[in-house]
Design a protein around this ligand. Structure first.
Ligand code: IFM
Length: 456
């Protein structure tokens, strides 16, 4: 990087989530989440696996913080398991669950690594699903109660809080496409879940602000996937705009402006759920945030195909088809589009009020070879990270206020419906022995951090 635009205090971090790494699913009072139920339902996970052990981080967190020290990161983004803190979903707090996150944060702080917590990375307590889950109008109150419980018990150690991770996934992959827990396949249910998640987000911010400490930063993390037309044909542009509406605009508008785009309101009517979506309640609930987290992996290129049904996770986007990308793909089947990151960050900065942004996830799955002589060469992942960090640098040079970048992921881990078939880590995990090995990409990231912070 010839012209280094990253300030000294920039956060160079790594990210994980509770369900994907912790394991220990029935230890110390944790109750099952919807993902425990889903993984134990035959046919839901590609390799038939579950996350009962995952990467055993619950028992190995000190070793994992040690890896972060070796990498030289100064921030760690993780999520808290609701089922550990409030095993009944609401009410009784579980001191043993809280104690785990206290130990983790103490270890991080002793290592000069800032803890960045997400409250909800998709693992709703099953007891709450049994009461209607995100389709229940009560869900906003359950979530606000959980947010307060987390803030009251961990707020002396954690100053940066995101309410939700990627609510589009929780809403539409979970309730419309059936690919994620709880596995519903109802277009309207996705919109209802999205609405209740947005209310929950605003309510949690309001409730946590009442328990505010100096310097707290409260925000939310969205996965903003640019939906670009596959050609210059205006019909492709119109199809792409519909995908953008469900993927991005719905959440950006709800978070920043407490409203939905007109097309989305129309879809509420069309799918027969308008009576479950109180637009005035959303406007009334709206809270300003201190930062927006942006997760970025790739671009969706969209073609208009007459008569095609809307793709499952984008209900309403009739006649829109996501094109299979050309060129080198990651293991997820995603193209490598660093320019989409610059574009996304500039879009948020241009269309919405000025706000600190963090790239809360970015990374790539590739089929790594097993370690040879204690090392793993993963040049594709290095190229991916390098090109995206350069794209981020470009956004900063163009004036976007980005304060941090988190690689997804610290560790190879449980990739949801794809089980253990996808390796996103910059640290390899042998899932039989749990041995960790820093990959070449991890060493590259360490050297990059040292270089740009002047410690190299
Ligand atoms: O593993 C997921 C993570 O949980 C949420 N964002 C995308 C990642 C890769 O698919």
């Amino acid at each position: 990087m010839t012209d280094n635009p990253f300030p000294k205090e920039f956060w160079w971090g790594v990210a994980t989530s509770a369900f994907q790494i912790e394991g220990a699913v029935d230890e110390d009072g944790r109750s099952p989440s919807i993902w425990d139920t889903f993984t134990h339902t035959p046919g839901k996970i590609r390799d038939g696996s579950d996350a009962d052990v995952a990467t055993d981080h619950y028992h190995r967190f000190r070793e994992d913080v040690g890896l972060m020290r070796e990498l030289g990161v100064n921030a760690y983004r993780f999520s808290i398991s609701w089922s550990r803190i409030l095993p009944d979903g609401t009410g009784r707090r579980n001191p043993d669950g809280v104690a785990f996150y206290r130990r983790l944060c103490e270890e991080l702080l002793a290592s000069n690594i800032t803890p960045v917590a997400t409250l909800y990375h998709w693992d709703l307590p099953q007891v709450l699903q049994d009461r209607g889950g995100w389709l229940s109008p009560d869900s906003r109150h359950w979530f606000a109660e959980y947010a307060v419980a987390a803030k009251e018990t961990l707020g002396d150690l954690i100053g940066v809080w995101a309410t939700l991770n990627e609510p589009w996934c929780a809403a539409f992959l979970g309730h419309s496409a059936g690919e994620h827990a709880p596995g519903l396949t109802d277009p309207g249910a996705g919109f209802v879940a999205a609405h209740n998640l947005m209310l929950a987000h605003h309510d949690a911010i309001a409730a946590m602000r009442e328990h505010r400490s100096d310097g707290d930063q409260l925000g939310v993390v969205l996965n903003l996937i640019p939906a670009w037309p596959a050609s210059d044909d205006p019909a492709d542009a119109a199809a792409a705009a519909k995908v953008d509406m469900v993927q991005n605009k719905l959440f950006l508008e709800a978070v920043f402006n407490g409203r939905y785009p007109d097309e989305v309101v129309e879809w509420h009517r069309r799918f027969g759920v308008a009576d479950q979506i109180d637009l005035e309640a959303l406007a009334a609930a709206r809270q300003p945030i201190d930062f927006l987290g942006v997760n970025y992996y790739n671009v969706n290129r969209v073609r208009h195909v007459p008569g095609a049904p809307a793709p499952g996770p984008w209900p309403g986007a009739d006649e829109a088809v996501i094109v299979v990308p050309e060129g080198p793909l990651t293991d997820m089947g995603w193209a490598v589009d660093p320019e989409g990151l610059t574009w996304t960050l500039k879009r948020v900065a241009t269309e919405y009020p000025p706000l600190p942004l963090y790239v809360c996830e970015n990374g790539a799955a590739y089929p790594d070879a097993d370690p040879v002589d204690g090392t793993i060469e993963d040049p594709d992942r290095i190229r991916y990270l390098e090109s995206h960090i350069e794209a981020l640098a470009e956004a900063i040079r163009q004036g976007v206020d980005v304060r941090g970048y988190f690689v997804w992921s610290l560790l190879d881990n449980f990739e949801w419906a794809k089980g253990y078939t996808m390796r996103f880590g910059i640290v390899h995990v042998d899932f039989n022995t749990q041995k960790r090995t820093i990959k070449a990409s991890g060493r590259w990231y360490r050297d990059h951090i040292a270089r740009v912070t002047g410690d190299g």
